[in-house]
Design a protein around this ligand. Structure first.
Ligand code: ACO
Length: 330
């Protein structure tokens, strides 16, 4: 069965509640209607009900909850809670009352306080604007130091990864991770591979060097990250530093990295920084005609996912299903 079909099927069993703060975007409205009709999740739209219903003319929104952050009964409770959560950062009642009118902050508070299981946004807002409230309010999962992201890549050639499925990280969040952060990204990505895709992770810590073939401080960072990641999760198969060809191709792997349990078999590729990861996934997507599902945010205490502003209705529906499954796994 196709991976997304499987994830959608899982989501259907879970009946999670997903909040969509960008209710005035027509793709989001269509996706909300489709997700509700397919039973992927209970949907909450944030905004003015009259305006949303007008924009959604012809769409079936029955069974979807609409909440206006500016008028909601819960707003004052959320304001108090936001002040409490951010008081060490100088949050005042006035600032919180202003922020809570922003659907991205209201949605993050809903997730934090258990009124929704996850949030999906980014069709209209930038990655930074979607993630900032989530990072400030929902924060990282226990034991995880950094929120990161991954793409699930479905390539045309089944000999790569797990039957043609690979996970690339971190393609969207941390511009220049330290060795500790890179180790955390590797550990979180291995978790995502297991819990969302159901594959046994074989994690490659990518570099332009394989096992000392080049000396450079950039390589040292990956060597250190590999060591830390192995210490954090000794039962997970992780190896590095390793070049992409040695990680993916059996013959090259056995030549450059003999005896490695990852070389030639990697299904989780951890890139050394955001430039490499973001460029890498787009090259594979465009030149290799791979399907790129994501970015999937990982490492948060509760799931929030960021859409691309170029997303389609189908992308939004997929991310709603992914968020529901992540909510269950957390
Ligand atoms: N993990 C956990 N917490 C974090 C992280 C992280 N990765 N990054 C920031 N935070 C926390 C900070 O500790 C801070 O918490 P505090 O206020 O409680 O102290 C809070 O989040 C805000 O931190 P800032 O540094 O002010 O965050 P910033 O405003 O710089 O935003 C962001 C963080 C949005 C993740 C930023 O790093 C960013 O813009 N990254 C790149 C996103 C991007 O443009 N990606 C490429 C496009 S996406 C694509 O192509 C698919």
């Amino acid at each position: 069965m196709d991976l997304m079909t499987e994830i959608r099927q899982n989501a259907r069993q879970l009946k999670k509640t997903i909040v969509l703060p960008e209710a005035m975007d027509s793709r989001v409205l269509k996706a909300a209607s489709q997700a509700k009709n397919e039973g992927l999740a209970n949907i909450v739209l944030l905004g003015n009900a009259d305006e949303i219903n007008k924009k959604a003319a012809g769409l079936d929104l029955e069974g979807i909850t609409i909440i206006n952050p500016e008028k909601s009964d819960k707003s004052s409770y959320y304001v108090d809670q936001l002040v409490e959560i951010r008081k060490k950062k100088g949050m005042t009642h006035e600032k919180a009352a202003e922020l809570i009118k922003n659907p991205l902050y209201y949605g993050a508070m809903m997730v934090k306080l258990g009124d929704a299981d996850g949030m999906v946004a980014g069709a209209v807002n930038t990655t930074g604007d979607v993630l900032r409230p989530a990072l400030q309010i929902i924060k990282t999962a226990p034991g995880i130091s950094v929120v990161s992201s991954c793409f699930i890549m479905q390539v045309l050639y089944k000999e790569f990864g797990h039957d043609g499925v690979l996970l690339f990280a971190d393609c969207a969040v941390n511009p220049s991770p330290t060795a500790e952060q890179l180790a955390s990204i590797a550990v979180t990505s291995a978790n995502t591979a297991k819990s969302l895709i159901g594959m046994e992770p074989k994690v490659a810590m990518l570099s332009f060097s394989t096992k000392g073939s080049a000396q450079h401080e950039l390589v040292d960072k990956v060597v250190e990250a590999t060591k830390l990641a192995k210490e954090m999760v000794p039962d997970v198969t992780i190896d590095g530093e390793i070049q992409a060809d040695a990680a993916l191709v059996k013959e090259v792997g056995s030549l450059k990295c003999p005896g490695s349990s990852v070389a030639g078999k990697a299904n989780v590729l951890v890139f050394p920084d955001l430039q490499a990861a973001n460029i890498g996934y787009k090259l594979v997507q465009r030149l290799g005609k791979a399907e790129a599902i994501g970015p999937v945010c990982q490492g948060m205490a509760k799931p929030v996912n960021d859409l691309s502003r170029g997303c389609s209705v189908e992308d939004v529906v997929n991310v709603i299903a992914i968020t529901a499954v992540q909510a269950q796994n957390l």
